[in-house]
Design a protein around this ligand. Sequence first.
Ligand code: NAP
Length: 284
Amino acid sequence: MGDQKKAVLITGCSSGIGRATALRLNQSGWLVYATARRAASIEDLARAGCHTIELEVTDEASRARAVAQVEAECGSVGALINNAGYSQSGTIEETPIELIRRQFETNFFGLAALTQLVLPGMRRAGRGRIVNLGSMGGTLVFPGGGYYHATKYALEAFSDALRFEVGGLGIDVILIQPGLIRTEFSETAVASVPTQQDDSPYRALMAKVKQATKEAYTQGLAAKLAGEPDDVARTIERALAAKRPKARYRVSASARVFMWQRALLGDGGWDAFLSRHYPRPGKS
Ligand SMILES: NC(=O)c1ccc[n+]([C@@H]2O[C@H](COP(=O)([O-])OP(=O)(O)OC[C@H]3O[C@@H](n4cnc5c(N)ncnc54)[C@H](OP(=O)(O)O)[C@@H]3O)[C@@H](O)[C@H]2O)c1
């Protein structure tokens, strides 16, 4: 993006990928606006040299304030990194609709609204980059994560549409597809599972989902293929520096292996693979 110091606005910097990205980009000379919904969670990023702003991505006024501040100080947002997100785990039948709405408000609508806010400034500047944190889970589904996956599938379409619309205006759109990355993500996902009725037909499935969500990052083959937050940060840095960035970047061996496996197996083969690892309601 040229050698002038460019402003990069990052959501969800209190932990994990957002935090690692803020630190890495700050180190390599970007003007980093690290944001989080709890100001106290990014005080150390301010001490490290980042600008910090409180930003709750589901709140309209909060989004507007953050973008207005960066634009007032820098003219336009050079790059927006849409990172904030979490997994609302639970079955399709049992997850209350308000939790599903909150999931989409955070992972999709907040991100869409923030993107809409930065685009006019980027168009005026004739350049900019939008980096969306998708997931390998935007191309394949694990049981008990249907609503989370739905937000990441939505992001695939959103990124493809936006890339076509703004590419000619000097704005690049990049979708990052991490696999398993060791962050707070799994703990939040396990804690999000709604309470189940005693006679729920999905009890055994969700017990396994919780166990698998914890163990995937720490035990067995999947954990060996997992990555660290800085692996994602490094990829984002590369995508921001590239003259012509790719539309998609997979991060970690787990993303490459699972996405390859999903494409190879097809629907029936993937369901059969999952049936070997998760109890299927009505079949056990
Ligand atoms: N870790 C993985 O295996 C993995 C794999 C693929 C994709 N991803 C994606 O990577 C992104 C970052 O996740 P992570 O792994 O770094 O998890 P993480 O450590 O749990 O970080 C998630 C971040 O999002 C923030 N956030 C959640 N809701 C928010 C809201 N309404 N407004 C503002 N910030 C909010 C969290 O803030 P609080 O601390 O305030 O909650 C936190 O800073 C997510 O979009 C996730 O879907 C992760």
